[in-house]
Design a protein around this ligand. Structure first.
Ligand code: HEM
Length: 148
């Protein structure tokens, strides 16, 4: 179960399904680091950039769920800068439900099916940007029922 959770965290990081948040307006003059943000400036949080920042993630373009696991593998720890559901007062109210759904759907599928693609199919991380990022070329998946 910790590895499954780590896998979900890593999918959310590397794919950044919501890559940019909605626009926000600074309600007062603000300073973030060395940047001065005057009142009424429109700002947009770039999740993709944080999720691929090499200062936060060693080898950020590598898909590696083990980066969340404790040394003995008994826990998956999500760092505070992984925020696929955003943060603050207007963060996603569906976060708890979405985690339950992601976990249960994934586990139910991999317990019942061996999921494959046609031999020779190239898989890639290439995506189309919109409100959410979607795979540019979704391959045909083959679901082979596992007989227990
Ligand atoms: C993987 C699944 C999901 C992801 C990655 C996601 C992500 C997000 C993000 C990034 C926001 C913007 C938060 C902000 O403005 O700072 C948001 C807002 C919102 N989400 Fe989700 N969400 C997911 C699933 C859900 C589900 C299952 C529900 C409802 C059952 C939901 C309901 C909402 C609503 C109502 C808002 C608007 C909140 C507001 O503006 O006050 N989301 N979501």
């Amino acid at each position: 179960m910790p590895f499954t959770m780590a896998f979900i965290h890593e999918v959310q990081r590397i794919e950044s399904i919501i890559a940019n948040n909605l626009l926000r307006r600074a309600s007062e003059d603000t300073k973030i680091g060395n940047h001065f943000i005057p009142k009424d400036t429109l700002v947009m949080f770039n999740f993709w950039s944080v999720n691929h920042d090499p200062n936060l993630w060693p080898n950020p373009d590598k898909f590696d769920p083990t980066r969340y696991l404790t040394e003995d593998g008994s826990k998956a720890v999500k760092p505070p800068y992984l925020i696929p559901f955003s943060a603050g007062k207007r963060n996603c109210p569906g976060e708890g439900l979405a985690y339950v759904e992601l976990f249960l759907y994934l586990v139910c599928m991999v317990q019942r099916y061996r999921i494959k693609v046609e031999p020779g199919t190239e898989l890639s991380f290439e995506a189309v940007f919109g409100i959410s990022r979607r795979p540019a070329n979704l391959p045909l998946f083959i679901f082979e029922k596992v007989v227990h």
